[in-house]
Every structure is written in C-alpha cells, then in structure tokens.
Design a protein around this ligand. Sequence first.
Ligand code: CA
Length: 533
Amino acid sequence: MTKYELLKLFTLCSFLSLVGVAGYTAQGQTQTERTQENSGILQLQSNTNAEPMNVVFILSDDHRYDFMGFMDEAPSYLETPNMDRMARGGAHMKNAFVTTSLCSPSRASILTGQYTHRHGVVDNQSAVPDSAIFFPQYLQKAGYQTGFVGKWHMGHSSAEPRKGFDYWVSFKGQGKYYNPTLNENGKQVSYSDSTYITSLLTDKALTFLDERNKENPFFLYLSHKAVHANFKPAREDKGTYENEPVNYPSTMFPPGYDLADAEGKGFNPEPEDIPSPKEYNYEDVPNWVKEQRHSWHGVDYMYHGQIQFDDFYHRYLETLLGVDRSIGKVLSYLEKNNLMENTVVFYMGDNGFSFGEHGLIDKRQAYEESIRVPLLVYAPSMIAENTKVEPMVQNIDIAPTILELAGLKRPDNMDGRSFAPMLKGEKMADWRKRIYYEYFWERPFPQTPTIHAVRTDSFKYIRYYGVWDINELYNIQDDPDESNNLIRADKYRDLSKQLNSDIFDWLQRTNGMKIPLKPDHGARFDYKYRGTF
Ligand SMILES: [Ca+2]
C-alpha cells in the first residue's frame, strides 16, 4: 500500500463521522465507478516529491473575461475588490478561453480535460457518459478529500452526488437564485426566507473546509449559479448600478442604424454610438448573425421583448458583486486558518457573454466576448505578485494543471496540458500556438449554427457548418472588435486556407470528425416558427 493509499483509507475512515457522506461513499457507486476504482486507472504516477497543494477551484457562470474591476475594458464603476486582489497578488491568465462556449460542455471539459467531441456532452441537455473520468477521482485516489458545491448541470434531471466527491451539495439544472432546494450529500433540503444562492453555496463550501479531516490535502470545487441569466443580484446589491451609463460596443449597431429603431428596446444610443461603414464592414457579417439580432439572443428582440437591454446589463454587474464577495470569504477563511501557504485558489468563468457585440446577446458563437473567460490563480507561496500570463490557455488545461499541483502526472486521455510552470514564471517554449473551438447547433436556440474556429495570437478563422453563409477571418491584433471580416481579401486567402486545414487536422487527430444528431424534444425559443414542428 502506497503513502497515498494509506491517506485515502484514513480519509474514508475520518469521513464516516460526517453525516451523509459515508452513505454516499458506501452506497452511491455505480458499476462503472467500481470498475474505474478497481481497474487501477485512477492511480496516477507521482511527478514530484513536494507536498501536494490544496486546491480551491471557484467557477462562475457566464462571466465574461473583461468585467473585472482591474481590467481597463470593464465599466469604470464596476468594483470587484476580491478579483482585483487575486490578480494583484497572483496570476492573471490574460488569454483564457473555452473550447465550447456553453455551460454543460465547458463544465465537462473542465472536469475531464477533454474537448467536447471527446467527452460527448455536446449540449445543455446531455448527461456525462458513464465512462468519463473526472479529475477529482484521481485526487481522491491520491488521498485528497474532495468537495463539490454548486451548479453541476450536466444532465438536467438529477442533483444526486456524482463520482469523485466526498462531500456534495448541488441542485438540479440551473437552480434558483432565491430559496433554492439543494441536494446535500444525498439529502434534499429546501431553503426559505429569501436565502440567496451565492451566499448559501459559499457557506456550504466553508462547511466542507471546516469539517474536513485536517490531516489530508483537500480539493474544493465551488461552482456558482451566478451570473447566469435571468440575473438576480443579492438584495444588498440590487440597484447599485441602476443609473450608471452603458458603453455600447462598436459593433452593436449596423452603419446607418436609425435611432428611432431603438425605441422600446431598453437601450439609448447616441449618434456617436452608430459606426460608419468604414468602422464596421457590415456587408461581410454572416447572415445568421444579422438574423439573430431579431431573436431571443439578439439586441433587437432579446428574450422576446421580456427584458430591456440596459436593465439586463446593470443586473448582470450587480449579480457579479455576490460572486466577488464569495471569493473574498473563501480567501479570508484560508487566511484565518493558516492555509494560504499550501493552497492554490483558482477563479474562472465557464464561458463568456456578449452584451451587444455584433448585435448579439449571450454566448455559443466564436466571437471574443463569448469564448474568453476570466482566469485568476492565487497562491502567495508559489506565484509572484502581479504575474501576467500571455499564452493562450483553455478550460481543458484546468484538470492537468490541478493534477500537477497535486503532484500527479497527467493521464493520457486528456487533451489539455498543465500550465502550472507558467504560474511560477517559467517559459514553456513548446506551448500551443493556436487554440481550437467547436459549437454544435442546438434545437432550443436554433439561431446559432454549428461552428468550428481556430485562433492564433494574431488571427481568428471561423467556419460555419450546414448553413449557406460567409465564413470569417479577423486580424484580432489590429481589429480586436472583430469589425472587419477579411475572408474575401486576396491577401489573406492562403492564410484562411491554412487555418481551415488546421481545423480539420485537429479534428482528425482528436477523433472529432462527427456532428451529433439528437431527437427533437423540449421547447424551442424561436418566435418566427412558433407552433410548428
Ligand atoms: Ca455558462
């Protein structure tokens, strides 16, 4: 028996004293989990003699990369002191991306280290296949105590404990902002008296830390519901930004947009907010993007007229304040309990969110606001203050990175790589020079087609599947707003061709040459063809 197996046995014994936890560990395992457990595949080789670090991974929902107080691009009045503190005292991964900009696929990529076409959670309706291995399973095997608190979402219908976690608090699907019902280690508990989800989940996370066996390393996954639509701030934050101005993005309105058309839509552009044809090459914007303006996920008919743009924007920022406060509470707890020396804290978003860029709302598409996420890593004993990491990292890199911090080698079935050396200021000369993106069309939101994209530090190429439309090429260095589609330019034809072939090389290499087909079911947020099959 190895040192870590002994630790694991010790963990199990100590957890028998915790209400509910023992019940799950003993009875909750499926056949697949027992097979994974017994086959030895969860046993990873050690890569270091150093003490394994504790890890806290805090995930938020739909938080775009630039809405943090310390960022130049953020609204000037937004205050996120705890995110700012993490960036100031630790590492800001300045170029962090998801491989699919949608809740469930991205969460599955975080947990498995795999691309969407590999783990198979291709949309928000799919459950995770039984065969998937979540990285906390490896941590458990290595002697960690593991806790999951918050939104799971992969498979809408159940909040039951999932493999890999000793402590479990979750809810079905998207959950509720106020008065939620939680599954707490297998038991259903309902809350009342305006209990707010972000505060409640934070309390549950601190309970896990409090009740853990202090002899073992720990991994905590705190997965917030906020800031997913329909945004609801904590009562104390409501109205904080109500009267603040909104800076409309440069591609929100087509050149020549008639200001009278803005009436009743909840935004109030000034003449200077309307771009000229020189500033925005609207002619080469894909037709599906132009169409989506007038849909559930477009500024001209957002949420089918139920929500006003400016109000929506302010409520998002107010809801984010609760997440920032949650980060602060976790950091304080770690400090007060002398855990900061051997703990690494991550803060990340599961995907981005567009607020009017290209006339769009929400995510799924491959524009910057949709695919980029905030990613901060704080560990005073390991990471120098104000570390800025420039190379492109992705959600598939989280699992290998956390495993490395736990002293474990990356399993072969992961697509991502550990960026832990970069946190310590080391250069990784062989780091990837391009990232790949995929999104599969979903029937509930039929406005956005299937997408594949590749992004380098300088260019992004976006390819659409199954629609008669124009593809896109942007020089993201010179044109960060993606306002001038270069796909027709002779000068860039060879580059487009090369990037197109890079996408297919990647798909071939990673077994991605397939498009999922799902039976039609459930609601379709599509007023144009309402009531039709
Ligand atoms: Ca999300």
